[in-house]
Design a binder for this molecule. Structure first.
Ligand SMILES: [Zn+2]
Length: 335
C-alpha cells in the first residue's frame, strides 16, 4: 500500500502487514494507516561496527605524515562504548530575501533549505565532536532498557524546548547563509515556510579508543553505526616533521626579506616601517600553522569535513588587531 510521510511529504510504498514505518527520506517514524508521527519518541541505533580499531588504523594509515610502522608498532589499549542522546530534527525553511548588488541593483529572491540534523542533548568532548555531524537517517529502533547497560549511558542534560530553540536558530542561520550567497547586501524579510520537526530522541553509539605508539597515548572516536572516524589522533613521522619545520622557516625568511625590500623602497619613514612590519607579520602568519604542527607530536585527523574558518586569515586578524587599534593609523595611498 501507499502512504505519505507526515513530515517531508514523501510517498512511500509499504507492505500491508506493518503498522509503523521509517521514512527513507527524512527518517521519521510514523503510523502507516493514520499518518501520525509515532508517539514513542525514544529510539536507538544498534552498534553495527564491532571492530572500530581496524577502522581507525585503516583511516590513519592513509593520512599524511603517519609513520609507516604505525599499525605494526601500536598496541590497542582501551575501548569504551558511549551511548549518547541526540535530538533529531527535520528542517525545512523558505524565506523571501531583499537584496542589493552592484550588478543587479535591488531585487528580491527566495532561498530554501531542507536539512536533517542532530543536536547533542549532553555536553563534553564527544558532544563537541558531534556538532553538525551527518548522522544516518535510517535504521533506528524503538528504545530498549538494555541500552543502559551496553556501555556508558548518558541521560539527556538539555530539555526538548531548548533543543527546539537551537534547531530554530540553526535553520535561520542556514537561510541567512544562503541569502548571503545571493548578494552581499541582503535582508531576510519574510519566512514563507519555517518548519522545525522534532523526530525524536535517539541514543547513538560512539566508540572511544586508545592505542599506544612508542610510549605515547593516542585517542580515536568512531561512529558505532557507520564506522566513520569522527576524530583520530596519530603521531607524525620524524621526516615529515622536519619537512614542515623547514617550510615554516622558509615562510618566515620570505616575510623578513620582503619587509627589508619594502623598507628600502619607501625610506625609513613611519609608513615604510609599518609596511615592513605587516610584510613580516604575513610571513609569520603563513608559517604559524606549520610551526604549531611541528611543535606537537600528536596530530588529529577526521573523516568528516568540518566547516572550518579560513585559518591563516584568522591568525593574521588576531595579530594585526592590536596594531590597528593602537596609535598607528594606516592611511591608504601614502604607502
Ligand atoms: Zn519523510
Amino acid at each position: 500500500m501507499e502512504t505519505r510521510c507526515p513530515v517531508c511529504g514523501a510517498e512511500i510504498e509499504v507492505p500491508k502487514t506493518i503498522s509503523t514505518t521509517e521514512c527513507p527520506y527524512c527518517g521519521t517514524v510514523f503510523d502507516v494507516k493514520t499518518g501520525e508521527k509515532s508517539r514513542l519518541e525514544h529510539f536507538y541505533f544498534p552498534v553495527y561496527v564491532k571492530d572500530p580499531y581496524d577502522k581507525l588504523m585503516r583511516f590513519l594509515g592513509r593520512q599524511y605524515g603517519v609513520p609507516t610502522d604505525l599499525k605494526l608498532s601500536s598496541t590497542y589499549t582501551k575501548r569504551l562504548l558511549h551511548i549518547v542522546p541526540i535530538f533529531f530534527y527535520h528542517l525545512h525553511g523558505r524565506a523571501l530575501v531583499e537584496a542589493k548588488s552592484r550588478k543587479l541593483g535591488s531585487f528580491t529572491a527566495v532561498v530554501e533549505e531542507v536539512d536533517d540534523i542532530g543536536i547533542p542533548a549532553f555536553s563534553g568532548k564527544i558532544a563537541e565532536l558531534l556538532k553538525e555531524y551527518p548522522f544516518p537517517l535510517r535504521g533506528k529502533k524503538f528504545f530498549e532498557e538494555k541500552l543502559k547497560t551496553m556501555g556508558i549511558y548518558y541521560e539527556p542534560e538539555i530539555e526538548r524546548v531548548e533543543a527546539d530553540r537551537t534547531a530554530e536558530t540553526l535553520l535561520t542561520e542556514k537561510l541567512s547563509k544562503e541569502a548571503s550567497e545571493v548578494a552581499e547586501n541582503f535582508r531576510l524579510t519574510k519566512f514563507l515556510e519555517f518548519k522545525v520537526e522534532h523526530k525524536g530522541l535517539v541514543y547513538y553509539p560512539i566508540w572511544e579508543l586508545e592505542y599506544q605508539y612508542k610510549g605515547n597515548v593516542f585517542k580515536g572516536f568512531i561512529d558505532g553505526v557507520t564506522g566513520t572516524v569522527i576524530q583520530g589522533e596519530h603521531p607524525l613521522a620524524l621526516r615529515s616533521r622536519v619537512i614542515q619545520f623547514t617550510w615554516s622557516l622558509v615562510f618566515i625568511a620570505t616575510g623578513i626579506l620582503f619587509g627589508f625590500l619594502v623598507l628600502q623602497q619607501s625610506g625609513t619613514g613611519l609608513p615604510g616601517i609599518v609596511a615592513a612590519l605587516f610584510s613580516f607579520i604575513a610571513g609569520v602568519a603563513a608559517a604559524l600553522p606549520q610551526l604549531i604542527r611541528t611543535g606537537v607530536r600528536k596530530v588529529s585527523a577526521s573523516e568528516i569535513l568540518h566547516p572550518t574558518p579560513d585559518k591563516p586569515k584568522e591568525i593574521l586578524k588576531k595579530i594585526s588587531k592590536p596594531l590597528l587599534s593602537g596609535e598607528i593609523t594606516l592611511k591608504y595611498g601614502e604607502i
